[in-house]
Write a protein that binds this ligand. Structure first.
Ligand code: LLP
Length: 414
């Protein structure tokens, strides 16, 4: 267990989290390097001898130190913007192991990606293929691409993070793909080398991913029969994690074993793009209780972290388990809320918690994915520090923002 109580104190690896909170202050994200590497290696090992590329989805947590950890372990990267490309290169990632996904890449981003020598583009429109072809031609390069197809499979997850249905903006209808691959032959600076697909995120029952894989493999057989040299299949990310005690998330090993049953004999290199399942349960957000307050109908625990630090509860009604850094007797039922001026600013609602008091430190768990990356400066709040733990040592991997950071680039009107 990476996060566990020892002598009534919550530990991350060999480190008491309260030591970090007292030293760095709150709010503060803390990540376990061991948990991140364990999850990445679980993916890599489960593929065994099958040619594969595990491309960490940078959007889940793009801190340079997290990327460096994964780059050193041999990871590839799934990026969706020029900014993510910049980060991966800055962290020492291998450009050849980069796949560039996303529904709307600009010409400038495409040019930067080609100049950097990325592995492949996952493209989602014919218009974009034309731009990649044109830029590649200008640079005297051949660009490899996969079309991201939309298999019309329903991933049973939150509607905002489900992406594989016909009326979603993502991908190209799978039925239209053969004609587009055929027309793409006219682009002399493009080479079709794969097919990709991603049907959603936080998927706990992964049978829709297997169903989508089956549809994509059928398409690949057809494309190969039509003379396209398709060598790889990219099955996206999406594996869910446990956010609640007792919630059952599939193990990475079982998921990949089941996926391999479908793809092992296809003679393809398999790419996947996991984000949440690598970093999600490797991180917590530390926060301090500022005040307790009672209304006629509710108990509020007012903390120093808010929706600008972790927006998932406000945006998706997401559940994040909250535990005190020191085990506490008794129980209360409360809303855990931040200082931001919105009723939607809550980290938990009607939650049974240990009986905390003002000054106590709390950990908001499973916050390693889509936590800091979705933070903002709303209410002119400085964004929190980030810390990486390795065994019993820790380092600040992003300093807490200052008020000067808040106004950088702004000038008052003269
Ligand atoms: N590949 C593509 C093309 C994606 O769009 C995504 C996530 C991934 C891979 C990684 O998926 P994962 O393994 O992390 O499920 N902000 C939301 C999640 C948005 C996911 C967007 N795409 C949240 O906080 O739940």
């Amino acid at each position: 267990m990476i996060f566990r109580y020892q002598d009534d104190k919550l530990f991350c690896e060999m480190l008491a989290l309260e030591d970090v909170a007292e030293s760095v202050g709150t709010p503060c994200y803390v990540y376990s390097s061991a948990a991140i590497l364990q999850a990445w290696r679980a993916y890599d090992a489960a593929f065994g001898e099958l040619p594969h590329l595990v491309c960490y989805a940078v959007k889940a947590n793009s801190n340079l130190s997290v990327l460096k950890l994964l780059a050193d372990a041999g990871a590839g990267f799934d990026i969706v913007s020029g900014g993510e490309l910049f980060r991966v290169l800055r962290a020492g990632g291998d450009p050849k192991k980069i796949v560039f996904s996303g529904v709307g890449k600009t010409e400038a981003e495409i040019e930067l990606a080609l100049q950097s020598g990325i592995g492949t583009f996952n493209s989602e429109s014919e218009g974009e293929l034309a731009v990649i072809d044109q830029v590649a031609g200008r640079l005297g390069l051949i660009a490899e691409f996969s079309l991201r197809v939309n298999p019309d499979v329903n991933a049973d997850t939150h509607p905002y993070i489900s992406t594989g249905l016909r009326d979603h903006k993502f991908g190209i209808d799978i039925a239209d793909a053969p004609a587009i691959y055929a027309r793409a032959r006219q682009f002399t600076n493009l080479r079709a080398s794969g097919v990709s697909c991603h049907i959603g995120s936080q998927i706990l029952d992964y049978s829709p991913i297997l169903e989508a894989a089956g549809k994509v493999l059928t398409l690949i057989e057809q494309l190969q029969a039509e003379g396209h040299a398709i060598r790889h299949v990219d099955l996206g990310g999406g594996l869910g994690i446990a956010y609640k005690d007792g919630e059952n998330a599939p193990s990475i090993a079982t998921f990949i074993a089941d996926l391999r049953e479908r793809v092992d004999r296809a003679g393809l290199t398999v790419t996947i793009e996991p984000g949440r399942s690598i970093v999600g349960n490797a991180g917590v957000l530390l926060t301090r209780v500022l005040y307790l307050k009672k209304s006629p109908s509710k108990q509020f625990v007012i903390v120093d972290a808010a929706m600008n630090d972790l927006i998932r509860p406000a945006l998706y009604k997401a559940h994040h388990t909250i535990r005190p850094l020191r085990a506490t007797e008794g129980a209360i039922v409360a809303d855990v809320v931040g200082p931001v001026c919105e009723t939607g600013d809550f980290l938990a609602r009607d939650r049974e918690l240990p009986a905390v008091i003002a000054g106590d430190l709390l950990a908001v768990e499973s916050a390693g994915a889509y936590g800091f990356v979705q933070s903002s400066n709303y209410n002119s709040r400085t964004r929190p520090a980030e810390v990486l733990v390795e065994g019993s040592s820790w380092r600040i991997i992003r300093s807490r923002e200052t008020n000067e950071d808040l106004v950088r680039g702004e000038e008052p009107l003269l």
